[in-house]
Design a protein around this ligand. Structure first.
Ligand code: RB5
Length: 158
């Protein structure tokens, strides 16, 4: 498995912790930035990582900002991405089993490094259950296709 990593300045320190964890677990990763704690815009890094995962160059992605919220909103705009914001281990396991999430989002300002490491470990090691959950993912794909190119309101694209 290859993991694409990204953060903004708000997630930069926690990303270093996750890099150390992936190194210890011998999991292949690439860091798509940012590379310091200077202020940057999280959608730029969400886009870089999400495009890599959607293209199949990386099987999973991990995105970290201050809250994890901005990263998850931005990453989920990329077709094929199922980004899950998880700050507990139960959700990390459930989103792999039920949603086959391919990007994990974390907030450095929300949780400590120990819990973040456990969440990453569980999220990376849990398989998708399939079955009825696949039917639901197919419906999400239908939604993506239906709204591709923008929402239509009164015959206009917006
Ligand atoms: C940056 O200050 C902060 O807004 C960002 O890291 C993130 O929390 C956005 O959702």
């Amino acid at each position: 498995m290859k993991v694409a990593l990204g953060s903004d300045h708000g997630g930069y320190k926690l990303k270093q912790v996750i890099i150390e964890l992936l190194t210890n677990l011998k999991i292949d990763y690439q860091d798509f930035g940012c590379f310091s704690d200077s202020s940057v815009d999280y959608p730029d890094f969400a886009r870089l990582v999400a495009e890599q995962v959607a293209a199949g160059n990386f099987q999973r992605g991990i995105l970290i900002c201050g809250t994890g919220i901005g990263m998850s909103i931005a990453a989920n705009k990329v077709p094929g991405i199922r980004a899950a914001l998880c700050h507990d281990v139960f959700s990390a396991r459930a989103t792999r089993e039920h949603n086959d999430s391919n990007i994990l989002c974390l907030g450095e300002r929300v949780i400590g490094p120990g819990l973040a490491e456990e969440i990453v470990r569980v999220w990376l090691q849990t398989d998708f259950t399939g079955g009825r959950h696949q039917r639901r993912l197919d419906k999400i794909k239908d939604l993506e296709q239906h709204f591709a190119g923008g929402t239509k309101i009164e015959g206009q694209s917006c």
